[in-house]
Design a protein around this ligand. Structure first.
Ligand code: PLP
Length: 229
């Protein structure tokens, strides 16, 4: 596990890189929301990151996340992973944003739970740009219909789009996917559907994502060190 000193150094390096990438696209660091991805990271280290000024944290497993949310309820939590339908009710009202709404059935389950406990659940729609079967996500061709359908669910609020592009060690190979999602993001014009957040970019490629227009990045290992999974 990394030391506190390394954590602080990593955070300032990530911030520096974010700020340079933001400048390249005519923006500033403040225009980009940094979501620190804390899967497998122990609560002490998350707390240290919070004290160092990070305010938004992302988790991809419900069972791992809930005790962390209980321990640190004052920060902002995002759910970023594949969500099984039978776990979906546990995230509603616990996470400020569910970034991975990737199918209609999940939207229905989230709506039902949100209505029951009387909350408004904010979500991003996950887009599957490369048609990867092992990944969730709405295909670009179906996106508009999907957004229109979700708009009719009174307890869900779409706030934008998210994607996890095919993995490549070379971020330049991922750039076309980021460019495509940014174009989709700009093209959505559905009354009542707000396109506020464009969530794309991880440790290996966030600068390219920001250059292409991301205003939310999800960064784990560049902050907390490599995961031992
Ligand atoms: C793990 C994860 C990240 C962060 O990955 P790093 O490469 O560690 O930055 C971002 N998004 C999702 C959906 C993840 O599961």
């Amino acid at each position: 596990m990394i030391t506190r000193e390394n954590l602080l150094a990593n955070i300032s390096r990530v911030r520096q890189r974010l700020s340079e990438a933001a400048k390249k696209s005519g923006r500033s660091e403040q225009d980009i929301k940094l979501v620190a991805v804390t899967k497998t990271v122990p609560i002490e280290l998350i707390e240290a990151a919070w004290r160092a000024g990070l305010t938004v944290f992302g988790e991809n497993r419900v069972q791992e996340a809930l005790p962390k949310i209980d321990a640190l309820p004052e920060v902002c939590w995002h759910f970023i992973g594949r969500l099984q339908t039978n776990k979906a009710r546990e995230v509603v009202g616990r996470f400020d944003l569910v970034q991975s709404l990737d199918r209609w059935k999940l939207a229905e389950v989230l709506q039902k739970r949100a209505e029951k406990i009387n909350v408004l659940q904010e979500v991003l729609v996950q887009v599957n740009l490369a048609g990867e079967e092992q990944k969730g996500g709405i295909s670009p061709l179906e996106l508009e219909d999907f957004l229109e359908a979700v708009r009719e669910l009174p307890n869900l609020r779409v706030k934008g789009l998210m994607t996890v592009p095919p993995y490549s060690a070379n971020p330049e190979e991922v750039r076309p996917y980021f460019r495509r999602l940014a174009a989709l993001f700009k093209s959505v014009a559905i009354p009542g559907v707000e396109m506020k957040y464009l969530s794309m970019g991880m440790s290996g490629d966030f600068e390219v994502a920001v250059e292409e227009g991301a205003n939310m990045v999800r960064i784990g290992s560049a902050i907390f060190g490599e995961r031992l999974e």
